[in-house]
Design a protein around this ligand. Sequence first.
Ligand code: MF3
Ligand code: CO
Length: 250
Amino acid sequence: MPIMIKTPQEIEKMRRSGQIVREVLEHVRKLVKPGATTQDLENGAAEKIRELGAKPAFKGYRGYPCVLCTSVNEEVVHGIPSTNRVLRDGDIVSIDTGVIIDGYYGDSAITVAVGEKLAPKTKRLLEVTQASLQRGIEAIKPGATLGDVGAAVQETVEANGFSVVREFVGHGIGTRLHEDPQVPNYGMRGQGQKLREGMVLAIEPMVNAGKPDVQVLSDGWTAVTQDGSLSAHFEHTVAVTAEGAVVLTQ
Ligand code: MF3
Ligand code: CO
């Protein structure tokens, strides 16, 4: 499929979906505490999305059962909310959600510490992953390449001794949740697709404290680190404009 270029009017609509995604994530962030289950987060998100007049983007997507992905500790992405998964002090949980409103999608993720007992290295993992997303966003402008974006993310991660997941990538987004191009979180400067004004991309680094390898559990969704190390995930939906990147999900 070709890369879909958005008009300023379409980008305004995507700003609206992006703002709803942000509101949902900020609501769910407040529900994260020791003793809460990932299903509690799911229920809070589903209610909020409804309240805001949007539709969940993930539920029913390729048969995915929920409005959130909740990935705890060594879970990388696509963890399925469950009443059996109780959050403990010192855990980390990544919360990923998307919505559609007025025909346009928004997609964003955060990783949150549970309680107060976060190990220093875990805190560092969260900071570096968020910083790598920020560096990737800063590399965006018309004429830059996807390799510039991937390299910026990868360098930030690896300079801090962590590793970038290769099996999952970011994506174009618009009237579909996943559009071309794919947006890897690694790459070489000057290589790959050139960015153009009107492209909208979901940038979503997944960063492991240990080795980059992942595997998918028998539920068909939950991706975990092969070495059991912790993993973090941050994501924004970003428009390419003449002035550079505009983050639609903040
Ligand atoms: N942010 C992820 C993505 O863009 C989440 C998709 S979960 C799914 O791929 F259930 F919708 F597949
Ligand atoms: Co995404």
